[in-house]
Design a protein around this ligand. Structure first.
Ligand code: PMP
Length: 391
């Protein structure tokens, strides 16, 4: 994949080779004595870092004969992985069904629908063990399709999707449980890539994001900061860099997620007692997915919704870079970590996973902020962090 062609054969060729941008104004404003850079992943054709993962998981599934053009692709996704999967799937003629929590923005749902995807919404506050969780709903749909043992028409898929949505809306756990527990022989009419368990998720970053970063810095980087969602980004990039040099890998986790508690030594059960809902999208978890390697991560910084949103809102005004809340979170976490640990004269890069365009009616809208009891004066929030900053 080389981005120096005049004309491309398909959109997928434009994946990757995203730019790194120095955050000069942020360095100066916060008086950070380090060089700060961002790898800006919204330059991918579907608008996020997850294009890399979606496409690679399907490419590998094809190679392993897990899917054909008749396979329905089903995935629990907060949106961005869905777009990556959809980009690849529509080119091949596959149908896609995505299961997302209620809190995910309407823009993301409409975006996925624009790519032809079917959407199912599940309540955001259910336990990952509940039959109403997005993971279990994906398996329920897969079971129904497996049971049919034939390629499905669009109207048959639509029928299944609306049936399941009705059961969810009716809170009909009994019926959902019945389908979930039904033993069905696997076949390739339905496939769940499962970004939380698929080794090709971190591998996509090991094979693309990491070598790009290495090349962009000629290996001369001291810190990498990334938000923790599935952990694929940090684990894939981290493995590549740590095989080559001693670099510090710092994860950024929202309050309410369990990663930082588990990293600090709590069991998942203990950590879950601290878990609570939060608003920032794409990062934090109430499970420990197979795709995260907590051991490779040197440290985790904890941020909250307000800090993530204030930083993203501030960044667009200071640097002209419009990013999502998880990017704001990662940048806030980076500056907090460097300042608190009195780190100087280092080169640090932060990963910005997606664009702020998906959140214009959410945290970029002051009314939404106020409705969620969040402060709209970003500098008030950012000021408390930075004792030395020149406000
Ligand atoms: N930010 C956003 C907006 C995302 O969609 C994701 C993916 N869930 C992440 C951050 C985290 O990336 P990863 O899953 O690789 O940890």
């Amino acid at each position: 994949m080389k981005k120096n062609k005049e004309i491309y054969n398909e959109i997928l060729e434009l994946m990757g080779e995203t730019p790194v941008i120095r955050l000069k104004n942020i360095e100066e404003y916060f008086n950070v004595k380090n060089e700060l850079y961002a790898k800006v992943e919204y330059f991918n054709p579907g608008g996020s870092i997850k294009d890399r993962v979606g496409a690679y998981m399907l490419q590998m599934a094809e190679k392993e004969n897990l899917i054909t053009t008749n396979t329905v692709i089903i995935e629990p996704t907060s949106g961005n992985t869905g777009i990556g999967l959809a980009l690849y799937a529509v080119k091949k003629g596959n149908s896609v069904i995505f299961i997302m929590p209620q809190k995910i923005s309407m823009e993301k749902e409409l975006l996925l629908r624009a790519y032809g995807a079917y959407i199912i919404r599940v309540p955001g506050n259910v336990s990952p063990f509940s039959v109403m969780s997005q993971y279990k709903i994906a398996e329920i749909i897969r079971n129904i399709i497996w049971e049919k043992r034939k390629p499905l028409s669009k109207s048959e898929i639509e029928g299944i999707v609306s049936y399941i949505q009705i059961l969810i809306n009716q809170n009909n756990e009994k019926e959902l449980k019945k389908i979930f527990e039904k033993a069905v022989d696997p076949n390739n009419y339905a496939f769940i890539p499962n970004q939380y368990f698929n080794k090709n998720n971190p591998k996509a970053h090991y094979r693309t994001t990491a070598p790009e970063l290495w090349k962009q810095f000629n290996g001369e980087l001291d810190y990498i900061f990334a938000g923790l969602g599935t952990g694929g980004t940090i684990s894939g990039i981290g493995k590549y860099f740590k095989e080559r040099k001693d670099i510090k890998l710092i994860g950024v986790d929202p309050e309410g997620s369990i990663y930082h508690h588990v990293k600090a030594g709590l069991t998942v059960e203990e950590a879950l007692k601290h878990s609570h809902p939060y608003l920032v999208e794409g990062i934090g978890k109430n499970i420990i997915p197979k795709t995260i390697n907590l051991d490779i991560i040197d440290d985790i910084v904890v941020i909250n919704d307000q800090e993530a949103f204030s930083m993203a809102r501030f960044l667009s005004k200071r640097e002209g870079i419009l990013v999502g809340g998880s990017s704001g979170a990662a940048l806030f976490g980076m500056i907090k970590y460097l300042k608190e640990n009195n780190i100087k004269n280092k080169k640090a890069v932060v990963i910005f996973p997606d664009s702020g365009r998906s959140y214009l009616t959410k945290f970029f809208n002051d009314e939404w902020m106020k409705d969620n009891n969040l402060e709209v004066n970003d500098e008030i929030i950012l000021r408390k962090l930075f004792d030395e900053c020149k406000i």
